[in-house]
Design a protein around this ligand. Structure first.
Ligand SMILES: Cc1cc2nc3c(=O)[nH]c(=O)nc-3n(C[C@H](O)[C@H](O)[C@H](O)COP(=O)(O)O)c2cc1C
Length: 396
């Protein structure tokens, strides 16, 4: 379930840092993309060449050594999860107080992804009241703390404070990413922009890249659901995901309607054409013949077709709007969906083709819930959490 996930691995200045190399390797082997962020002290314990070799990317060492203007924000937004292993007493103190004076602390402060830390220190440091206070603050902030274990420590000592083994940290990371939470769910997701032929070489299309729908499908698969993805874009390769490639609204409707009766949740994130050329030409239209009269006709309404099914799956619709989300409220009510995700595709850096999305959720009673701009995979993760919550309340 770590496959395809983006992990920032923070390494701080403790003896246990030598084990972080093994952790990085485990994550990479499991199919995760790993970027390491090391503190200055960590570099006393582990060499950058080791981390570059294991992850394929040089470790980030500080604010001022990176090519981008704000590396802490880039890494914070890129990550599906942030892991700090080992976490020294000093780093725990900084994280507990939001002291973002080094790159790693700033990444943790700026991220909205789950954070897992694996403390490692001498028993005296671990049991000190200040560390206990910092631990309590971190737990209250929602940080997952794994370990420490009791056992041999550096310098021949023994006791609580030993970093847990990399395998245990990887498992905690996996859990924090929601692995297994959709176990037993059957899910149908649509993605991409349909293409309606004008002639054999030209089509009426739209700007959807399929990234949002693919993120929703991949996230569901990573959480243990059995996923069918009906997509008009090139599908991603992911375990537990069956991809059906379609081109037109008609093909999408047929693929969706024949399967929607067998799933628990359907998320309609595709941008389906509302109109198509009524009579596509069988041969290529020639310039010499002059501009054709394109007569359009309505396409099947894929979402409405699923909404009309009885029984029907829990239904989530996506609406690409070109104005404030309030405009989508009427649509949510009229379409009969359980949840509508509206995004204003005119906002720069959000929506079609971009890595991020800024969405608003509209519930059937018209309640509007605005989310900040987040990476699409993070939007997908939060969306599944919201769907699980709504379904547990007894909506279909
Ligand atoms: C040999 C050696 C081993 C250390 N091991 C640890 C450790 O396991 N845990 C810890 O909290 N600090 C340890 N320290 C102290 C940290 O390196 C020190 O507090 C440092 O400022 C931590 O910085 P960082 O959290 O930014 O990496 C050790 C120091 C030395 C010299």
């Amino acid at each position: 379930m770590l496959a395809g996930r983006r992990i920032v691995l923070g390494i701080t200045g403790g003896i246990a840092a030598y084990k972080s190399a093994h952790l990085a390797r485990l994550l990479v082997q499991a199919g995760a993309e790993v970027r390491t962020v090391v503190t200055e002290s960590a570099l006393r314990f582990i060499g950058p060449a080791t981390l570059s070799g294991l992850t394929g990317v040089a470790p980030a060492t500080g604010f001022w050594d990176e090519p981008t203007a704000a590396p802490h924000l880039d890494l914070a937004r890129w990550a599906d999860a942030v892991c700090v292993a080992p976490a020294t007493a000093a780093t725990m103190a900084r994280l507990a107080h939001g002291l973002s004076e080094d790159l790693l602390s700033a990444v943790v402060l700026a991220t909205r992804a789950p954070v897992v830390i694996a403390p490692a220190m001498h028993s005296e440091m671990w049991s000190h009241p200040s560390t206990r206070r910092n631990l309590a603050a971190l737990l209250a902030d929602g940080v997952t703390v794994v370990g420490p274990a009791s056992g041999p420590l550096a310098g021949g000592d023994a006791g609580p404070g030993r970093m847990v083994e990399p395998e245990e940290i990887a498992a905690a990371l996996e859990r924090s990413l929601g692995a297994g939470t959709l176990e037993g769910w059957r899910v149908l997701v649509t993605a991409g922009g349909t293409r309606e032929p004008i002639d054999p070489v030209r089509f009426v299309g739209n700007r959807s890249s399929g990234k949002m729908g693919h993120a929703v499908a991949e996230e569901a698969a990573a959480r243990g659901a059995v996923v069918t993805l009906v997509t008009a874009a090139d599908p991603p390769a992911a375990r537990r995901l069956e991809a059906i490639r379609v081109e037109t609204a008609q093909e999408m409707a047929e693929a969706v309607w024949s399967r929607a009766g067998e799933v628990d949740v359907a998320v309609m994130a595709a941008a389906v054409a509302d109109f198509r050329p009524a009579q596509p030409a069988s041969g290529k239209l020639r310039r010499a013949a002059g501009p054709p009269d394109l007569v359009l006709e309505p396409t099947p309404d894929v979402l409405a077709g699923v909404a009309a099914m009885r029984p029907r799956p829990f239904l989530v619709g996506f609406a690409a709007e070109t104005g404030p989300a309030e405009g989508a409220v009427a649509k949510a009510v009229s379409k009969g969906v359980d949840l509508l995700v509206a995004n204003d595709v005119t906002v720069a850096g959000s929506g079609f083709g971009s890595e991020d999305n800024e969405v608003a959720l509209i519930l059937p009673d018209g309640t509007l819930e605005r989310w900040e701009r987040l990476p699409k995979r993070r939007v997908a993760a939060l969306l599944w959490e919201r769907i699980a919550e709504l379904r547990s309340r007894g909506t279909p």
